[in-house]
Design a protein around this ligand. Structure first.
Ligand SMILES: NC(=O)C1=CN([C@@H]2O[C@H](COP(=O)(O)OP(=O)(O)OC[C@H]3O[C@@H](n4cnc5c(N)ncnc54)[C@H](O)[C@@H]3O)[C@@H](O)[C@H]2O)C=CC1
Ligand SMILES: N[C@@H](CC=O)C(=O)O
Ligand code: NA
Length: 435
């Protein structure tokens, strides 16, 4: 069979890793794909010192030109961002080329339009690397778990954020110091606020929810909260109650609709997800037939991510000659069978809560706080008042509650913050048992 010709757009962390893995494992990859996979063109703005591109590859700086080059079969988009990446992908599809991308921002925000264009042209758009880097979670959800009605998906899906939380907790390093290291290691997004404010995780969760529940991509409806407000004190208090704080993406199907939320979360310290450290990611999927399953691996970095990109290239190379109607649908469910199950506003989500407030050390304060909660039907699981003064003579009170709908908790928090003896704002972190 003729070799498959690949054009790589972007030779940065992931592009460089992809080129190197394709070269190093070329023989083994050809044995799996049934034909050789050749990188014939690369478009990049800067050379990558980690790649020896040689003379046989044509290198240019015009990525859009690759998308219309008739000599290329598969365009691998590894530039990132929305604008140029969208142009390249749509141009490639218009020219009948298959596309492989690691760009979760692009898929989460423009995926519906991209997949519609790809269906029209009968081409594939593969995006395994876009969620949880090297973990084959898209494959697992779209194919391995296809028998199941998926109930929920919960995961640590941003390597940079988990690396920061781990280093802060284990080594007492500062947030900014660890973030700078994550950037130097190539883990972080071009704009690292995407990592630390939960936007990157929300992109990935949007994709996971679509393929788990068969709904269109709806990034604009995801609730997103980052890790920048977490303090070492919260990490320590959580541990005193037997919990760890992880930045989770959670998508859950309920009778009313789909919860789609990214936020710091307390989880019991003995859960597997509580023990995922550093740049590692893990995604737990609960299906009605299989129960809970867990997928673990490196969520970022050159070769772990390249592992997913190259697997997609191999899949595309194998399926090129298939009838497009027999291929796995882009969003796992056939496009005409996607459901209109709504994404729920976060006010309708029900979780337990960790609350940390600072109050004057006077008799009756604790009772007033407790009655605000009980008047709203919110049960207290545990309460801890520290006798150390932390903030302007105020002492911390930490409360764990039972499960309650978020809008009711918002009302209780507003009432607590209105008390003269309590400083505002108080800290709230959602708690999940994940069982
Ligand atoms: N770094 C990681 O660990 C992971 C990254 N991703 C995604 O992979 C994509 C690429 O990320 P990185 O490799 O980290 O980025 P990077 O910044 O290291 O590389 C981007 C490359 O694109 C090139 N480029 C940018 N605009 C261009 C243009 N208009 N024409 C030609 N070349 C252009 C740059 O010269 C650079 O070589 C992004 O969508 C990112 O979200 C996904 C999973 C993991
Ligand atoms: N910036 C992302 C890269 C992979 O998707 C992360 O840190 O997880
Ligand atoms: Na993946």
């Amino acid at each position: 069979m003729k070799p498959v010709k690949v054009g790589i757009c972007g030779l940065g962390t992931v592009g460089g890793g992809t080129f190197n893995v394709l070269q190093r494992n070329a023989e083994e990859i050809a044995r799996r794909a049934g034909r050789a996979i050749e990188v014939t063109h690369i478009a990049t703005r800067a050379p990558n010192p980690a790649c020896d591109v040689g003379d046989s590859v044509q290198v240019c700086d015009d990525a859009l030109a690759l998308a219309s080059n008739p000599d290329i079969d598969i365009i691998v988009e590894l530039i990132g961002g929305y604008d140029m990446a969208l142009k390249i992908v749509m141009e490639a599809i218009a020219n009948g080329k298959h596309v492989v991308t690691a760009n979760k921002a692009l898929i989460a925000v423009h995926g519906n339009e991209i997949f519609a264009a790809a269906r029209e042209k009968g081409v594939m758009v593969a995006y395994e690397a876009s969620v949880a880097g090297g973990i084959p979670i898209i494959k697992a959800l779209r194919e391995g778990l296809a028998a199941n009605r998926v109930q929920w998906v919960a995961g640590i899906i941003n390597g940079t954020g988990n690396f920061i939380l781990t280093e802060m907790r284990d080594k007492g390093r500062t947030f900014d110091d660890v973030l700078a290291e994550a950037q130097a290691l190539g883990y972080a997004e071009a704009d690292p606020t995407f990592d630390v404010e939960g936007i990157d995780a929300a992109h990935k969760l949007t994709i996971l929810a679509s393929i788990a529940f068969g709904i269109p991509l709806q990034f604009d409806k995801a609730y997103t909260e980052g890790i920048t407000k977490l303090t070492t004190a919260d990490v320590n208090y959580a541990e005193a109650f037997g919990y760890r704080i992880k930045h989770l993406g959670i998508a859950r199907r309920t009778e009313q609709g789909v919860e789609l939320r990214v936020h710091p979360t307390l989880i019991p310290e003995d859960r597997l997800l509580a023990n995922v450290h550093g740049v590692m990611n893990a995604v737990m999927v609960n299906g009605d037939a299989v129960g809970s399953t867990l997928y673990y691996g490196a969520g970022a970095g050159a070769e772990p991510t390249a592992s997913a990109v190259v697997a997609d290239i191999i899949d595309v190379a194998r399926a090129v000659s298939c009838d497009p109607d027999t291929r796995v649908p882009h969003l796992a469910f056939r496009s005409e069978a996607l459901s209109d199950l709504p994404v729920l506003p976060v006010g309708e989500v029900e979780t337990a809560y960790y609350l940390r407030l600072h109050a004057q050390d006077r008799p009756g304060v604790l009772a007033r706080v407790a009655s605000i909660l009980s008047e709203r039907g919110i049960n207290i699981e545990s309460i801890m008042q520290k006798d150390v003064e932390e903030q302007d003579g105020l002492v911390p009170i930490i409360i764990l509650t039972h499960r309650v709908r978020e809008q009711r908790m918002n009302d209780a928090i507003a009432a607590m913050e209105a008390l003269d003896e309590v400083s505002s704002p108080l800290m709230r972190i959602r708690v999940e048992q994940l069982n």
